[in-house]
Write a protein that binds this ligand. Structure first.
Ligand code: ADP
Length: 627
């Protein structure tokens, strides 16, 4: 017998499961049945594709039995699936491989609502059994191997593994139930739970139980116990049932059997295509974004089947990455069973299914957007990946540009580009937007003063990805996107009468030169602003330079060699401060005022000051003089 300790994360997780999660304990059965079904899927695939497995006598099924005696209560779930050898047992049950688990754990340890629903999202379903059991035994024999192994654990310190004997390939898992779990050791609660969560599992689930019968009369009356077996589920591939026979409730139930999600999905899209291409797809969008949405090793939510045979759940190319939040099934009648990964990735049939699926999904999102309130709920979860799509998926650009939303100076919530354009006066030249990382700062930025004054709507692009996707899109319809953060922004807005007011360049040149000398290398240029009304100064980016946020992002991504992209300081000569500066004699005060103009503009951009102490000293000097 070899002893093993649990990985630290497993320990933490188990601790949480046992001590914090109380709702929906019965999901342990759903998790075990879903694992059994996956194991059967995997072996079924091998028996159809690999010569050495073709000869084995495969009888796919899941058997469940229970014991309720004075000595103890237990439930056993057996499957005739792929099984696990010693290495598999150590690797699969005892470790958590996926990233995202750490943040998931801290989420659970925090004040977040404790909900056992979260357990499944990280593929840690097996551990949920420790909610109802104080000891678990797994006996497993891997397909194609002779040796069997017994894994036991009390869910506290670790687990033990020893060789054992098992006649058939597959896995038997026995839960020795604790006080919280004892209610599950009976026919009715097992049947009810299976019907609720596992009715659509495509393999038969048989429950074996004992029934008492009385024989004879009077004193001779004897209780005879008979063992019976009953198939609990209907064991057909749910997605192949006629659409007309399925109700929303059925879809929701099915979703829960395979998605590891306890909540109802936000929407489903079921397609049964016949003709040139013969396939079925059933997609779901969860109510909440999966926790691994922004991890590179996110788990694909789409399973590929060929003629109802499970092929893979680990193929990320089935849908474009920006639709990685979609869960579901693709079942093709036209693919060979033994498609290799390489073939999958260049397969025409699959490519066509993928294209049709993307369109179908995007159209269903569009249908959802008819109801603004529901759509925003959806968008708050999945807006970010949809924006990625808007950037990447040129083919579906027209659909995606209808789906993205932005905050705006004319709305409290979100606006679509379509609505922006509807509101825009006929002679407006483009769609204006301001980028930065804080909505409140952006809404009060000096950069949009002129637009507010002229009643021109500006999109508040406060999501860092906006820096990339908006310039990437360049246009919506015939309208160019115009960044307000640029030095030439708004030039086209200056009316002729504004231009007449423009300061005489010759007259201002010496003043500008003086400001430039003080700021030296820190700015690319100093210009007279035509866009500021209330603020004295602002920093902008030169037309073709990356914006400040963009530079920060590039730095965060490890790009050290940055193009020399210094900001341009724009100053408002009509502002009282600058008017006074023009008459200033003492150069020390002039220098201080110039520094402060630059520093306040930096602060408004949300940037850090190089030397906050100097800034405070300058400010205090000036305050002392003016008070
Ligand atoms: P998930 O099923 O989400 O991957 P689990 O913690 O429930 O997470 O299971 C971990 C792994 O253990 C599975 O991915 C699978 O490789 C293995 N496993 C669990 N149950 C079985 C089983 N009945 N037969 C074969 N392998 C299993």
């Amino acid at each position: 017998m070899t002893k093993h300790v649990f990985q630290t994360e497993v320990n933490e997780l188990l601790h949480l499961i046992i001590h914090s999660l109380y709702s929906h304990r019965e999901i342990f059965l759903r998790e075990l049945v879903s694992n059994a079904s996956d194991a059967l899927d995997k072996l079924k695939y091998l028996t159809l594709t690999e010569a050495e497995f073709k000869k084995i006598n495969f009888d796919p099924k899941i058997d469940i039995s229970f014991n309720d005696t004075k000595d103890g209560r237990s439930i056993t779930i057996s499957d005739t699936g792929i099984g696990m050898n010693e290495a598999d047992l150590i690797e699969h049950i005892g470790t958590i491989a996926r990233s995202g688990t750490k943040s998931f754990l801290s989420e659970l340890t925090g004040d977040a609502k404790k909900d056992s629903n979260l357990i499944g999202q990280f593929g840690v379903g097996f551990y949920s059994c420790f909610m109802v059991a104080d000891q678990i035994e797994v006996i497993s024999r891997k397909a194609g191997e002779k040796e069997a192994y017994r894994w036991v654990s009390d869910g506290k310190s670790g687990f033990e593994i020893e060789p054992t004997v098992k006649k058939e390939t597959g896995t038997d898992i026995t839960l020795f139930l604790n006080d919280e779990g004892k209610e599950y050791a009976n026919r009715w609660s097992i049947t009810e739970t299976l019907k609720k969560y596992s009715n659509h599992i495509a393999f038969p689930i048989n429950l074996s139980y004992e029934e008492s019968r009385f024989d004879g009369e009077g004193d001779a009356k004897k209780e005879i116990k008979e063992r019976k077996t009953e198939q609990v589920n209907d064991a057909t591939a749910f997605w192949k049932k006629p659409k007309s026979s399925l109700k929303k409730k059925d879809y929701n139930e099915f979703y829960k059997t395979f998605s590891n999600d306890y909540q109802d999905p936000a929407l489903h899209v079921h397609t049964q295509a016949e003709g040139a291409l013969d396939y079925t797809t059933l997609f779901f969008v969860p109510e909440k974004a999966p926790n691994d949405l922004f991890y590179a090793d996110y788990k694909s939510g789409v399973k590929l089947y060929v003629k109802r045979v499970f092929i893979t759940d680990d193929e990320k190319e089935l849908l474009p990455t920006y639709l990685r939040f979609v869960k579901g099934i693709i079942d093709s009648e036209d693919l060979p069973l033994n498609v290799s990964r390489e073939i999958l990735q260049q397969n025409r049939t699959l490519e066509n299914i993928r294209k049709a699926s993307v369109k179908k999904l995007l159209k269903s999102f569009q249908a959802l957007s008819k109801n603004e309130k529901n759509y925003i709920k959806f968008y708050e979860q999945f807006g970010r990946p949809l924006k990625e799509g808007y950037f990447q998926d040129r083919e579906n650009r027209e659909l995606l540009e209808k789906l993205v939303r932005f905050k705006s100076t004319k709305t409290d919530g979100y606006t679509s580009l379509e609505d922006y354009v509807k509101r825009m006066p006929e002679d407006q030249k483009g769609i204006y937007y301001i980028t930065g990382d804080n909505e409140a700062t952006l809404r009060r930025s000096p950069l949009i003063e002129m637009y507010m004054q002229k009643d021109i709507e500006v999109l508040i692009a406060d999501d860092e990805i906006d820096e990339i996707i908006i310039p990437g899109a360049a246009k919506y319809g015939d309208h160019d996107f115009k960044s307000v953060n640029r030095s030439d922004a708004g030039d086209e807005l200056k009316k002729d009468d504004d231009k007449e007011d423009e300061p005489d360049e010759k007259a201002t040149a010496p003043f500008i030169k003086k400001v430039k000398t003080v700021l030296g290398e820190r700015v690319k240029d100093v210009k007279v602003s035509s866009r500021l009304t209330d603020s004295p100064s602002v920093l902008v980016t030169d037309t073709n330079d990356p914006t400040f946020q963009m530079q920060e992002m590039m730095r965060a991504m490890g790009q050290t060699e940055m193009p020399d992209a210094k900001p341009i300081l724009e100053i408002n000569l009509d502002h009282p401060i600058l008017k006074k500066m023009k008459d200033m004699r003492k150069s020390k005060d002039f220098d201080n005022a110039t520094e402060l103009l630059y520093e306040q503009a930096l602060l408004l951009e949300g940037m850090k000051l190089e030397n906050p102490a100097d800034f405070v000293k300058r400010l205090n000097d000036i305050l002392a003089k003016s008070l």
